[in-house]
Design a protein around this ligand. Sequence first.
Ligand code: HEC
Length: 136
Amino acid sequence: MKPIFRRRCLGCHSATEARAGLNLETYAGVMKGADAGDIAIPGRPGSSALYKAVAHEGDGIPRMPLNQAKIPDTEIAVIQEWIQKGVLENATSIPKGPTISNLDFKPSDLNRPPVRRSCRKVSRSSAFRSPPVRTR
Ligand code: HEC
């Protein structure tokens, strides 16, 4: 998300230039939203001003970036998926709200938690030691 915001939005929505009261520079800023209210509702891109603004699907939501061409569809899709999957701060965050609104959900690598590898150490000597032999 950060590279998209940095490239397309921070000129008008940063800490120093927060048009509409919106600062997209930090996660906290995104969660705080704009003067008009929340911009990203976890699991509901279609109801989120952030998605509607960039997809130009807003009823009453200004089209972003303001007075410029729509951003590429691939970037709109990233924003949509990010909201759909719960507006997570980073790859290991736990969703705060419902994130699956239909059964077409397909996991992608974007927000998959890291694979946990077993870290039990097996020393060479114990691994190759033969079982005790019973002698009667
Ligand atoms: C050239 C300046 C400019 C750029 C670039 C820009 N914005 Fe905005 N943005 C504005 C202004 C000004 C408003 C307030 C417009 C209004 O209320 O009519 C606004 C409003 C918004 C709102 C509406 C909040 C609400 O609920 O009404 C959202 C969401 C938003 N911008 C997101 C973005 C995103 C995401 C990007 C980057 C893809 C972006 N903007 C790029 C100037 C800009």
